[in-house]
Design a protein around this ligand. Structure first.
Ligand code: SF4
Length: 315
């Protein structure tokens, strides 16, 4: 149910009040609704938010994002309360890599270095040697001695892109993000025909045929920087449509067009249904009740911290 403007500003005021009273910090991913981004203390991509989570002095972290992101914040802050407005805010990519099956693969290739994209569960992180995000993946792969074979999980599209960029052979887990696999190449090319002056920018979780026609491929923050620095005026943006809010704020004079999805939907773009499970009302409720809370066993937090810290050291 949509909320009225009055309810929205009232709820936003209440969220800001509770935040102060409880010494809480709100970390919001770029894919969150604008009304959530407006009350957040920090807005960022996975890497930026993981860094903020590692640095915060707040007593409570409210993670307006999806489950694996809130888990990462908890692993970095085991003594703090970490809240997620909706516990069902999962991630198709994280779910495509179940721990049992991944453990079996790892056992078959014991000499391989295991690199996992941060979009995976805490349990998968315990099975990893090093974690990466789309911002630092290339640097992390390049830091692994060339004679070491690599398993990369869970995103096969990002994995293929990294193989091309680094020239490293990697064994890829067969996982993908439903949002970034939803882009239609045919519709994208049609759109480009109508805007031949546009630059196409894409997130590396997108399929190879989309990346091939892109003028720029990079992480969410990489795309933001590209649009800010480019002399171009029009961009077709192939990633979750939520980023357009922050991007448009950064470049109000430029035209940003969401890349079209295969399925016809109301916004003709690609939105992550998991990210959108968090609403302003749920954000307020969770801050007020301090629930739902992310809980993880000591053992999982301890083991998952090692590959996350390795990533942060290299970032
Ligand atoms: S956009 Fe894709 S990778 Fe990101 S949270 Fe949603 S399903 Fe997961």
């Amino acid at each position: 149910m949509s909320i009225t403007t009055l309810q929205k500003s009232d709820l936003q005021e209440q969220v800001i009040r509770l935040k102060k009273e409880k010494n809480a910090v709100i970390l919001a991913h770029y894919y969150q609704e604008p009304e959530i981004q407006e009350v957040a203390d920090f807005i960022g991509d996975s890497l930026e938010l993981a860094k903020k989570a590692a640095q915060t002095t707040a007593d409570i972290i409210v993670f307006a994002g999806v489950h694996f992101m809130a888990e990462t914040a908890k692993i970095l802050n085991p003594s703090k309360k970490v809240l997620l407005p909706d516990l069902k805010a999962g991630c198709s990519l994280a779910e495509s890599c179940p721990p049992e099956a991944f453990r079996e693969l790892k056992q078959k290739y014991p000499d391989h270095v295991v690199v996992t994209y941060i979009n995976c569960s805490a349990e998968i992180k315990t099975l990893s040697d090093i974690v990466c995000t789309s911002s630092n993946a290339e640097r992390i792969i390049n830091a692994i001695p060339p004679d070491k074979p690599i398993i990369f999980a869970p995103d096969k599209n990002l994995g293929k892109y990294l193989i091309e960029k680094t020239g490293r052979k990697m064994l890829l887990w067969d996982g993908a993000c439903i949002v970034h696999e939803a882009f239609s190449l045919d519709k994208l090319l049609e759109l480009y025909k109508a805007h031949p002056q546009a630059k196409i920018i894409a997130h590396p979780e997108s399929e190879a045929h989309i990346l091939k026609v892109a003028n720029y491929v990079g992480s969410t923050s990489g795309m933001l920087n590209y649009v800010k620095q480019s002399p171009n005026h029009t961009f077709i943006v192939a990633t979750e449509a939520g980023i357009l809010h922050q991007m448009q704020k950064d470049v109000p004079e430029k035209i940003l067009i969401p890349a079209p999805a295969k399925e016809d939907n109301t916004c003709a773009c690609s939105e992550c249904a998991f990210m959108k499970m968090n609403t302003l009302q749920k954000l307020y409720n969770c801050l007020e009740k301090e629930d739902p809370e992310i809980t993880l066993s000591e053992d999982i937090m301890h083991k998952a911290l090692i590959p996350i810290e390795r990533m942060l050291q290299l970032s």
